[in-house]
Design a protein around this ligand. Sequence first.
Ligand SMILES: [Zn+2]
Length: 178
Amino acid sequence: MKHGCPNQNCNYHQKRESIIKDGTFKRRDDSRIIQRYKCKSCSTRFSSSTFSLAKGQMKRRVNRMVYELLCSKMSMNRIARVLRINPKTVARKLDYHAKRCAVKNKNFRAYLRVKQVEHIQFDDLITIEHTKMKPLSVSMVVNAKNRSILVFELHGYLQTACLLKSLDENMGSARVNI
Ligand SMILES: [Zn+2]
């Protein structure tokens, strides 16, 4: 068991010394056998899924499919229809996946801090929003080894316009085309 006693008032809070196994139960939702634990000090009972982000979910089986369909730009109503689940469930799954990805991203950032990136590649895209009078600049830096995104920034049209103006002035007769 990775976690200790979840009871904040217990003397063994977040410590594993007082934890003993306390039977199992079959989770109805995905038919898995889940281990139960008990704190000897305060008698608090909990399980290995108490600390999971998916705690309390009733439709764990569709989590992966919802994630893949959301990433494939399918609408939430359509996902609900295809997977035969309630649209409210899809909305809750979106929140769940957002939290899960935030944790994943945090771990990835921590990993980057420990492991130094040796080789980076960057590129800048200048595009427009609605009209050519509103240019946008999209800058991105990636790790050359595995193409993971390190920095991604979107500059507003004012900053880009100033940049283009100074570029135009510095380049003299050469025109800067957007
Ligand atoms: Zn306890």
